[in-house]
Each structure stands twice: as C-alpha cells, then as structure tokens.
Design a binder for this molecule. Structure first.
Ligand code: URA
Length: 204
C-alpha cells in the first residue's frame, strides 16, 4: 500500500478496537507498515494496561526486536531504574510503549511516514487506557505527539497532548534514557523530571 493507504488502514484497524487486548492483536496483525518487513517481532506495549502512567519511547532496538517487548535493553534497564526511584514499575503500575512497533533497520530513527502509519494505534492506546500522565521519552515521541522540536528546552515542562478525537492528556517530555547513558551528567535534570512526575501522579 502507499503511505496514505497504510495510514487509512491503520485508522480503520485502530478504530475497531474496544480494548487494550484487541488493540494488541490488531497491531500484531497489521502488515502495512514497511518497517515490519525488516523486523523479527512486533513490539507493542509492556506493563499494566489500566495504569495511571504511560511511557512512550521512540522505537524498538535490537534487544526489543529479539524479545518482542519495549525497553528491555540497556536504555530500558535505566528507564526501569528511573521509574523504580519514584515507585513505578511495569509489573505494578506503569505501561510502556513506543511511537513505532517494529525496529528500524540499523537502529536509524523512524521516518515521518513510519510514525504517521503507527500513529492511529498510538492514539487509540492513549484513548483506551486514559493515563493520568504520559511520559514522552526523547525528542522523537515529543515531536510526534506534541508537534514541537527541541528536547533540551522542553524537557520537564508539562504539556497538553491532544488526540485527533479532541481528548487531552497531560504529557511530560523527558530525556531519552539512551541519551542519559551517553551523557550521565544530564541525570540531574532527569531526576527533577521524575520528581515532577511523582508529584503529578500523587496529586490527582
Ligand atoms: N528505545 C526506545 O525508544 N524504545 C525502546 O523500546 C527501546 C529503546
């Protein structure tokens, strides 16, 4: 299918899903994203479907592609430690996903078209799980879902994430954990963001 046709197929498939389980099955059955053909596994979401916290990252890497779960490599382990520091985990109270569900070849960044094709599923995931807070891990999900660039400036600032349906959710851009592995001196700012997240989740 063309990119436009693939987006239309994704919209139809996502709109038909009435639950997280149906959405998981629909993503697994979706063949119109070109990334799929170079990937070993579909990597959709991991954690607690009705959690108050949803973390959205960029794309599966090598470890995620071979295991079929998001954020299981080194960056994922750091993410798990950051969440644990504020009492959050994918086994108890957090859901983790990405803006695309198949590994881009050679770990390149996902393209605009690949993001647009997966986007109806991302939006449906948010609409179905209705998280109280959405963490956008890195510039790619921030750009994709808030339409703004510049993670260095925007991290730590709560924003309204508006779906195509008009529903609004509170979203917090943070540094991607892979960036923190490369620049550990930035962890101080990341810690401030985690405290802001903890406060938001506590207050409402
Ligand atoms: N980085 C991401 O953005 N997502 C993953 O699932 C793993 C690493």
């Amino acid at each position: 299918p063309s990119a436009g046709e693939a987006v239309a197929l994704a919209k139809t498939a996502a709109a038909a899903c009435a639950s997280f389980e149906e959405l998981t099955a629909a993503v697994a059955a979706f063949t119109a994203c070109p990334l799929r053909h170079g990937a070993r596994n579909t990597v959709f979401a991991d954690g607690i479907a009705d959690a108050r916290l949803l973390v959205i990252g960029e794309a599966p890497g090598r470890d995620e592609d071979s295991i079929g779960k998001p954020f299981v490599g080194r960056a994922g382990q750091l993410l798990d430690r950051m969440l644990a520091a504020i009492g959050r985990s994918r086994t108890e109270n957090t859901l983790i996903s990405n803006v695309v569900y198949w590994r881009p070849p050679g770990n390149r960044a996902p393209t605009q078209v690949e993001i647009e094709i997966c986007r109806p599923f991302v939006e449906r995931l948010i609409a179905l799980t209705k998280p109280r807070a959405i963490v956008l891990a890195g510039g790619v999900p921030m750009q994709a879902l808030l339409g703004t660039a510049g993670i260095m400036r925007s991290r730590g600032q709560w924003r309204d994430l508006e779906l195509e349906t008009g529903e609004r959710f509170a979203a917090l851009p943070i540094f991607h954990p892979a960036f923190l592995l490369r620049q550990p001196e930035q962890k101080r700012l990341a810690w401030q963001d985690m405290l802001s997240l903890a406060a938001r989740l506590r207050d409402d």
